[in-house]
Unconditional design. Sequence first.
Length: 247
Amino acid sequence: MRKPIIAGNWKMNKTRDEAINFALGVSGRLPNYAECIVCAPFIILRDLVKRVPTNLAVGAQNMDYHDSGAFTGEVSPLMLKDTEVTHVIIGHSERRAYYNETDESVNLKVKKALEYDLVPIVCVGEVLAEREAGKTNEVLARQINEGFKDVNLDNPENLVVAYEPVWAIGTGKNASSEIAEEACKFIRTELEKIFGNKANDIRILYGGSVKPENIKEYMANPDVDGALVGGASLKVDSFVALCNYKD
Ligand code: 13P
């Protein structure tokens, strides 16, 4: 049985005060049937970790793949460990599009995250032109195969993959539940080729305009194990509703 994950990706939003108010606001309102996570900007991680309720995990949204060194402006996995976050998003489509993230850098970061016992939430997904050209599976297969090349996975519960079709992110144009299931199932098949039976225990999330009003449809699918949510994770009531999707 894969435990569902509801993860918020705050992107470049929230000051320290706003984040702490959020932590206080969700306290006592999150279920235990799902793993609830918020991925916050670097600079507020430490304060957030200290204030979240025990059933809310905190993650970062990126990291460098070096341990330390002359990499101005970057944050290392060692520094993330020092804040006591447990998760890190890797390869988000916004980083692929605006900050030159590649399948190769994703691969290096995944290995580093696992080395440091950080759970990577690895994002994959096609852009609209690729979907329209019938290339979705080809793109997903490439991102998975290159992203997880030579990755040693001891415990499959420590790896999370998020299917985020780029055309559905921040557009309000969410993928249908069928599209999400089809892609997540395909991703699991690709993961099986790399990790064998362990693929059955890897959580695969859907992300892209998920809201309290549509999360149930996604969660009803056999291969969708959770959601990675941007905009709708920013407000306390909305995040609480997403996490309590069964109610
Ligand atoms: P939205 O939920 O705002 O579409 O963002 C999705 C996303 O990019 C999560 O990582």
